[in-house]
Design a binder for this molecule. Structure first.
Ligand code: SF4
Length: 445
């Protein structure tokens, strides 16, 4: 919970010396609460006050990072219970299991199946982002070999799942440079697992069967010097799991209860692909930082990934594409030039219909702050000036030798002013872009 100006004021020297540029300590405290000044601007603040203010300013949920290089992922650092209050920051990581009972070609095929779970949706690459190697065999050697094979495939972040410190140490000996997440320490193995995590600089999941036991466990692990912790609360049912995740989130964010101020991991591994999809989507909504799955069925993964995309989209910021000229196919100087707005859904719908026409074209994307054609026009973000400016900025004159611009049918009303502003001939396209293929084939000359 953020400190109020009065809370901060109590920690200041209260001399009103003005060295910070403020007339009084109270004015400085109020400005600091609003993040308009920095604590360092007061040269006389005590070390004790600095430490108290720094502790209070720490995020209520810690950010945890694992994986390395391009495979690195981060979870946590959330600040609100509900997306509309601000936004959610770090999207749920979907991890898929690889059992260490698999060997040879079976192991290779499973790793390939997991790594291939990658898709594209409205111009964004989405997919599984971690592999969870499971110590089903109970053998440290088998676990180490399977972990090494996954690491060598090198496509995704790694999670090592075993309750045996011996197996964890064996697998880490072959994979520590991948900085895997270690899952999980229990009350019985906390000391040994924390030691392994600390020595190898890896985050550690803490596993317990009640919120109370879990908070005791995280305190114990933190006391051993491991700061990056992930909460693994085992529950008898999905209903209990969702209740516990919501309760832990509220305790961390609303009450700033530090022992629970960490992201979470959930396992959905013992049902059909259909049931895993339904359970995982519930856990993405409430509030699992990582969801571990057994299924490698693309049809089950896609709705989960769509849920992640939607839940973690910034509600105050429409999904946008970069404003610029996009060539579709291999257009030349005689190809059609048309414009649309930078609202992702609008752009990708237009793009797909232009592709369907099989007529190579240019699409000029005008920056309308991520709004659709009609919304942008109504809000005066799309007018003859913004289009003309975009044409100049992106040098459309250099791309085609004709001077014809196709505009969306919904803004036919701007034709006259646009012709005056650009000296280009305006051609009014169809109102619905699904008619673009027919329009381009019949009208474009
Ligand atoms: Fe108060 Fe520090 Fe500012 Fe002086 S420099 S007025 S002590 S806040």
């Amino acid at each position: 919970m953020a400190l109020t100006g009065l809370d901060i004021f109590k920690l200041l020297p209260k001399t009103n010396c003005k060295k910070c540029g403020m007339p009084t300590c109270l004015a400085f405290a109020m400005a600091l609460a609003q993040k308009r000044v920095k604590l360092d601007d007061c040269p006389d603040v005590s070390q004790e006050a600095k430490e108290k203010l720094a502790a209070a300013a720490a995020p209520p949920m810690r950010k945890v990072v694992f994986g390395s290089g391009d495979n690195q992922v981060q979870i946590g650092q959330e600040t609100v219970m509900f997306r509309h209050e601000e936004k959610f920051y770090n999207p749920t990581v979907l991890a898929v299991t690889v059992s260490d009972k698999l060997t040879g070609d079976d192991l290779k095929k499973r790793i390939e199946s997991v790594n291939s779970l990658q898709f594209e949706r409205i111009g964004t690459k989405i997919g599984a982002r971690a592999v969870a190697v499971i110590n089903d065999s109970g053998s440290p050697d088998s676990f180490a070999q399977a972990a090494a094979a996954v690491k060598d495939a090198g496509d995704l972040a790694l999670i090592l799942v075993t309750q045996s410190p011996e197996a964890m140490a064996a697998a880490l000996a072959k994979t520590k440079e991948s900085i895997p997440l270690l899952a999980s320490a229990t009350p019985d193995t906390a000391e040994a697992m924390a030691q392994i995590a600390k020595e190898n600089g890896c985050p550690l999941a803490a596993q317990a069967e009640s919120i109370e036991a879990l908070s005791d466990l995280t305190e114990k692990i933190e006391a051993q010097g491991v700061e990056d912790i992930v909460l693994n609360l085992v529950a008898p049912s999905l209903r209990d799991q969702l209740y516990n995740l919501s309760k832990m989130r509220a305790l961390a964010l609303k009450k700033v209860f530090r022992p629970l101020g960490y992201p979470t991991i959930s396992f959905v591994t013992d049902d059909s692909a259909d049931t895993q999809a339904a359970s995982a989507i519930s856990l993405i909504c409430k509030y699992s930082g990582i969801v571990v799955l057994d299924t490698v069925e693309p049809y089950a993964l896609l709705p989960m990934l769509t849920a992640v995309m939607n839940v973690f989209a910034d509600p105050q910021k429409p999904v946008q594409v970069e404003p610029k000229v996009y060539p579709i196919g291999e257009p030349n100087e005689n190809s059609p030039m048309m414009f649309t707005t930078n609202f992702s859904l609008t752009y990708y719908t237009v793009e797909s219909d232009v592709e369907a026409s099989r007529i190579p074209s240019y699409i000029l994307v005008v920056d309308t702050e991520g709004t659709s054609v009609l919304t942008a026009y109504s809000g005066d973000k799309l007018n003859e000036k913004t289009v003309a400016d975009a044409m100049t900025k992106h040098s459309v004159e250099d791309l085609v030798k004709h001077r014809k611009l196709i505009i969306p049918g919904y803004v036919a009303v701007m034709s006259g002013k646009l012709e005056e502003a650009t000296n280009w001939e305006v051609m009014v396209g169809p109102r619905e872009c699904s008619m673009l293929p027919k329009y381009l084939q019949e009208v474009w000359k």
